[in-house]
Design a protein around this ligand. Structure first.
Ligand code: AMP
Ligand code: MG
Length: 346
């Protein structure tokens, strides 16, 4: 494990190198050999797909269509989605799309791997937090206690394409894994359309597809303590998923200054407070990155690092409250994934 402490430095040079973390354009456009890009608001976040070859507005529309299609299955708030149907079945078996069953099975695998730190039955607890409200409130302790008594991934049964909640009060929330799955599906779709160079950015869940004219992509990592799109560092890589979970995504501060964010400890239903500010996972599949960022965040630095080091082909960067970065051996170093700090860039 490598440990590195950041010194504050002007981010302007780094920003110049950062195409990815910073959101690209807002409209579909087509300008010869320039990349073309489309942005939409789906999955409760801003999504952007940018093509660097196979430039076609049809393909861009198709990519956004893929996001929309999976949102219709995996959202817990869209009435009639698979997840909505499961959550409203009062414990009865629900037949779902194969994709939904795949996502739930993968989620359960990660719950097992991390001893329940990752738990998609967080729904009853996550429902009590509204990070978007203009007057956000900390849920009542009794309500939270009642909610977490229904958080238990072992009560989710999947048999083929039939999902049953053995606790009828349980509720599934795929917020910590769906974006990863959907990013992989968008990449599959783009490949099927002949695209070999693209950036898929689902609200910070980034897939750097192929290469940029044979060179590495530079993917910025959000500074957990700064406004959106301000990088704290960057990695250079090809054909990889880069996902970050952090305290900055959805949060509020109470009048007494207590900070609450959206990554919840299944044991308490409250925001995890363990000294971590963000976890970034680099992997081949974005579903793994998404599940692991949340898992590792809840596990904390030591246990999270152990989990990542036990897995093949997965690298991680943990940033703590003191802006110190801790990373797996595959990042930095001579043969590792190049890691750029503001200092590296002068
Ligand atoms: P992410 O940004 O990928 O870490 O996902 C955070 C979202 O996943 C939250 O907004 C909740 O919807 C849900 N969530 C929060 N805590 C957990 C947890 N411990 N396990 C699984 N899902 C969670
Ligand atoms: Mg996640």
């Amino acid at each position: 494990m490598l440990n590195l402490s950041y010194r504050k430095a002007a981010a302007s040079i780094l920003m110049a190198a950062l195409l990815l973390a910073s959101g690209c354009t807002t409209n579909t456009q087509d300008s010869g050999s320039e990349p073309v890009s489309a942005t939409g608001f789906m999955l409760d976040t801003v999504i952007t797909v940018t093509l660097y070859d196979g430039l076609s507005n049809d393909t861009l529309d198709g990519a956004l269509g893929v996001v929309s299609k999976y949102e219709q299955l995996l959202s817990k708030t869209i009435e009639g989605s698979d997840v909505w149907n499961i959550n409203h079945a009062r414990g009865k078996p629900t037949v779902v799309n194969e994709d939904t069953a795949n996502v739930i099975n993968t989620a359960l695998k990660y719950s097992e791997l991390c001893g329940g730190a990752f738990d998609i039955t967080i729904g009853p607890a996550s429902n009590l937090w509204d990070f978007k409200s203009s007057t956000p409130k900390v849920p009542d302790a009794d309500e939270l206690a009642a909610a977490i008594s229904h958080v238990d991934y072992t009560k989710v049964q999947v048999e083929g394409s039939t999902v049953t909640l053995l606790d009828p009060e349980a509720e599934i929330d795929l917020g910590a894994i769906a974006k990863g799955y959907i990013a992989d599906k968008v990449v599959e779709y783009l490949a099927s359309r002949g695209v070999s160079s693209a950036i898929v950015n689902l609200g910070g869940n980034v897939y750097a597809m192929g290469s940029k004219g044979g060179n590495d992509w530079t993917v910025g990592l959000q500074d957990p303590f700064k406004r959106r799109e301000t990088p704290i560092a960057a990695v250079k890589l090809k054909n990889k998923s880069v996902v970050t979970s952090g305290i900055y995504e959805r949060f509020f501060k109470t009048e007494d200054g207590t900070f609450y964010h959206h990554i919840l400890d299944p044991k308490t239903g409250c925001s995890v407070s363990n000294g971590l500010a963000s976890v970034t996972i680099i992997s081949d599949k974005s579903i793994d990155g998404d599940a692991l960022t949340t898992s590792c965040f809840v596990l904390g630095l030591e246990e999270g690092m152990k989990l990542v080091e036990s897995l093949e082909g997965v690298e991680a960067i943990f940033i703590d409250d003191n802006e110190q970065a801790f990373m797996t051996d595959g990042i930095g170093g001579e043969n590792g994934i190049p890691y750029l700090t503001t200092d590296d860039l002068g």
